[in-house]
Design a protein around this ligand. Structure first.
Ligand SMILES: [Zn+2]
Length: 138
């Protein structure tokens, strides 16, 4: 459908004797498309609040106190406890979180992955935009 629209524009322009090279038009269209996509990516990143890399660990534990049921009964273990692990200066750092913090951290980690994908998409669109706006051969 889009192809047909382009062809009809080509025939209109051709009938008026103002034929631009085909590639130039498709590059302009590509540039517009890439700019639209970049605008959407920028908006999606701008709407992001919590953002953290790393992993959230949820676990139960045994306290080690004599006579506590947790030693024998897995269902009586304490917790759940939440730890957030992330890399800091090349080292894995773990930090204990409350249940409420873990809820927010889960969102932050999901957002981090989304933003990373958006950045890869932004990179791809930038590459296309550069190719469309400043092609190597005229
Ligand atoms: Zn215990």
């Amino acid at each position: 459908m889009r192809l047909r629209a382009v062809q009809s524009v080509v025939s209109i322009i051709a009938s008026h004797g103002q034929v631009k090279p085909h590639r130039q038009r498709s590059l302009a269209a590509q540039a517009r498309l890439s700019r639209q996509r970049i605008e959407k990516i920028r908006a999606a990143i701008g709407a992001t609040d919590y953002l953290c890399s790393g992993t959230l660990y949820e676990h139960l534990s045994r306290c080690g106190k004599a006579g506590c049921r947790c030693a024998e009964d897995p269902a009586a273990r304490h917790g759940p406890y939440y730890d957030w692990g992330h890399m800091q200066a090349g080292k894995l750092v773990r930090r204990r979180l409350s249940a409420a913090q873990a809820l927010l951290m889960r969102q932050a980690i999901a957002n981090y992955r989304k933003v990373k994908k958006l950045l890869r998409d932004w990179e791809t669109e930038t590459e296309r935009l550069i190719e469309a706006e400043a092609p190597r051969d005229p």
